[in-house]
Write a protein that binds this ligand. Sequence first.
Ligand SMILES: *Cc1c(COP(=O)(O)O)cnc(C)c1O
Ligand SMILES: [Zn+2]
Length: 420
Amino acid sequence: MDTRETSGPGTVAPDLGPATALRCRECGARCALGPRFACPECFGPLEVDYTFTKVTRASIEAGPSNIWRYRQLLPVPDGVTATRNTEPGWTRLVRADNLARELGMRELWIKDDSGNPTHSFKDRVVAVALAAARELGFTVLACPSTGNLANAVAAAAARAGIRSVVLIPADLEQPKIVCTAVYGGLLLAVRGTYDDINRLATEIADDEDWAFVNVNVRPYYAEGSKTLGYEIAEQLGWQLPEQVVVPVASGSQLTKVDKAFGELGDLGLVDPRPYRVFGAQATGCAPVATAFKDGRDAIRPVRPATIAKSLAIGNPADGPYVLDVCRRTGGGVEDVSDDEIRDAITLLGRTEGIFAETAGGVTLASLRKLLDEGRLDPAARTVIINSGDGLKTLDAVSSVVGPTAEIPATLEGFRSALPS
Ligand SMILES: *Cc1c(COP(=O)(O)O)cnc(C)c1O
Ligand SMILES: [Zn+2]
């Protein structure tokens, strides 16, 4: 992969819009834009650095109804909309009054990212990774995945007419396997945990000239999650929420929602009022919540055992940064049991007509718990993220919901089944 570094003779600097360099999150060292994720000085994670040109609300509002309306804030070529391969984003922000009433809250919103092309927020990060990867000269899109990323990578590659290579845990939910396989591409079911597969992918990325969206082009991929934060603020009428609850797998999404809110304030696009960020995990895979509660900085890896497989990362790369954001903003990280996840999925369905996947259940159940513990203000404007579609995790709730009754095809049978 070093052959693609932009500093070599005869290579041209990539056009990645406002992105100017990669910068180490630990030591601050800078290096040229390229397919790198680890700092050459200290091996810390690299993040995209920008010089933003003048961005206005009007220039954003004049853009398309997808993530590319924010292209002036993303590491993608300027012409990305003309050559777009997928159009994720601009998903609905639903005011959840029925649910708010049930929870005793004043103003609750659901950012429903199940409306993306492959029904999870992962289409956002893949679209940005693909745009950057093509500019960097890659022709194969790859990933290790807990499920939703596999769907998004295989679909985006199919649409772009390039090859995909996807690695998933062999024990993944059947719908997530089918929803990847249908797009073609190489799909390998690996006997191991996500963390095993992630390690394998890092080794493969050293040998093959492939863009592993969440490995060697991770700095660009991660920036795609900023669009969730931008959209929430724009859809609230260019205002930041006071509280936001975000699901945590690797922790990237949460840190980028915070980064987006910060950038909007810095650019004068919103009034930079304080907000609190809360993370949500399943108790069966809660390394970040545990570190938060213990007041530790280091994340102790765990072996996941939860129905929330899309969040089952036992050794989360961005865990320490999640702790930083949640502590700095006065938020927190909570974790919830599988039963609490199931309850939350049915609560959301019953009150708002939205069917969330297990990750959405984790987020709502965590909101509920934070309210019960008095750590979240029920009077403050709050947004929670539903990051995936319940149709992909049917098995999680098929044991707790079903027909009200089975009846014969007679009027008598029908009447006997009606509640009295
Ligand atoms: C991947 C994923 C997340 C969290 O992603 P990270 O950025 O790795 O924390 C949340 N929800 C769903 C449904 C996902 O697939
Ligand atoms: Zn460094």
